[in-house]
Design a protein around this ligand. Structure first.
Ligand SMILES: C[S@@+](CC[C@H](N)C(=O)[O-])C[C@H]1O[C@@H](n2cnc3c(N)ncnc32)[C@H](O)[C@@H]1O
Length: 217
């Protein structure tokens, strides 16, 4: 298991790593732990896990996995070339000491290499996928995962009125209005696809209503 680590230390650590990023990306990396429960997410990484992060952004979660867990194999994929460059910069110290890789993908077709990883993370990405594509996107992930591997799906819950804070946040930082799902709907869709739901819960952080689904193939 990952060592127990506070959001504060996560923030401090990311601050030391984000020197080469542009100002906006740097702010997003440093302040992300204030609104995203990375501590809770890290607890899902066990010693012998390999980690695959879909929509890895600037690679901050991968860097935390590399720094604070025993996982030796880590891969992040992203639709943005710039963010993949950021991820490589941010993870430079681990690229030679662990197997850490980053790759651009087209936003729909998940690379076959996902089958080599035991824990798959989808953190605040689903609400960036247009609603009409969300079911097929989750189905594509399921079809490429190996049997027994686990998807940790963390997103913002449309069940709560606080979802509007996330919409405002996304509009300010990415000029987009998200397509958040109700956690009950996400549960129904993933079950329909064939996932075995191991756990599901909600956690509010500041004004952001998060839901977690832990899903085994
Ligand atoms: C809110 S950020 C989350 C980044 C990272 N997962 C984290 O938690 O820090 C959403 C990310 O999803 C990416 N994204 C948007 N559409 C995507 C898609 N279809 N597939 C994968 N990533 C996507 C964006 O480029 C962005 O980096």
């Amino acid at each position: 298991m990952a060592e127990i680590i506070s959001q504060n230390s996560i923030s401090k650590y990311l601050k030391t790593k984000s020197g080469n990023l542009g100002i906006i990306d740097k702010l997003k990396v440093i302040y992300r732990p204030l609104i995203c429960p990375f501590d809770k997410l890290l607890n899902y990484v066990e010693n012998d896990d390999s980690v695959f992060d879909i929509g890895c952004g600037s690679g901050q979660f991968c860097a935390l996995v590399a720094k604070f867990t025993a996982s030796e194999n880590i891969m992040g994929i992203e639709i943005s070339d710039t963010l993949i460059q950021n991820a490589k910069n941010l993870n430079q110290e681990f690229i030679s000491s662990k197997s850490v890789q980053f790759e651009v993908f087209n936003g729909f077709e998940i690379p076959n290499t996902i089958k080599n990883y035991s824990k798959i993370f989808l953190i605040d990405v689903l609400h960036h996928v247009p609603k009409k594509n969300q079911f097929d996107f989750l189905k594509e992930i399921y079809s490429k995962m190996s049997n027994g591997s686990v998807l940790i799906l963390k997103d913002i819950d449309d069940e709560s009125l606080l979802v509007y804070f996330n919409k405002i946040h996304d509009f300010i930082f990415s000029g987009e209005i998200g397509f958040e799902l109700k956690s009950t709907v996400a549960k129904k869709l993933t079950k329909e696809i064939g996932f075995n739901i191991i756990d599901g819960f909600s956690k509010r952080m500041f004004v952001y209503p998060h839901y977690f689904l832990i899903l085994r193939k």
